[in-house]
Design a protein around this ligand. Structure first.
Ligand code: SF4
Ligand code: SF4
Length: 164
């Protein structure tokens, strides 16, 4: 089964690249930010017991949740980046807490037409690809759901795939 594969390792080494998302109305508010947020909170966050990111937020926009470690309430977040500064592990990069939050529908319309998601179709550096993916802890590949997989060096190897 083909999935959109987000490679966080490659993303972190080529941040200057411009990613093309199919969402046409706000070109600077691409759905890729939502994918980054999703993957970062699940796989990179160290799951601090007393999370400084949460307590530093002036808008109560971050909450610890069991399913994804952290949840950001986009309608409260003012993108002040206090959480980014408070995190002792550098987990939260600016792209994870944008002011204009986006949603990614994984280009369902394109998938129905047997086309790859727009970001994968236009990505030349392998950060986003659309391919057959097998979960493999050895290869640092994790399946998030029926449509999305992530390649990253996870802080803690998940015992089973987290289906969200
Ligand atoms: S960037 Fe958003 S989530 Fe982070 S501290 Fe500021 S308001 Fe809270
Ligand atoms: S401070 Fe950093 S590592 Fe700790 S819970 Fe927050 S984002 Fe995760």
């Amino acid at each position: 089964m083909k999935r959109l594969l987000l490679d966080l390792e490659k993303y972190n080494s080529c941040k200057d690249d411009k990613y093309s998302c199919s969402y046409p109305y706000h070109p600077f508010n691409s759905g890729i930010g939502a994918l980054l947020e999703y993957a970062t909170f699940i796989y990179i966050c160290r799951q601090c017991e007393e999370a400084p990111c949460v307590s530093s937020c002036p808008k109560e926009a971050l909450e610890k949740v069991p399913a994804a470690n952290l949840k950001r309430y986009n309608n409260r977040c003012i993108s002040c980046k206090s959480c980014m500064l408070a995190c002792p592990f550098g987990t939260i990069v600016p792209e994870v807490v944008p002011y204009l939050s986006s949603r990614c529908d994984l280009c369902i319309g394109r998938l129905n037409d047997n086309e790859a998601p727009a970001c994968a179709a236009n990505c030349s550096n392998g950060v986003l690809s659309y391919c057959e993916v097998e979960e493999s802890k050895e290869k640092n590949i994790y399946i998030l759901n029926d449509h999305l997989a992530v390649h990253c060096v996870a802080w803690q190897k998940p015992p089973v795939a987290k289906k969200i």
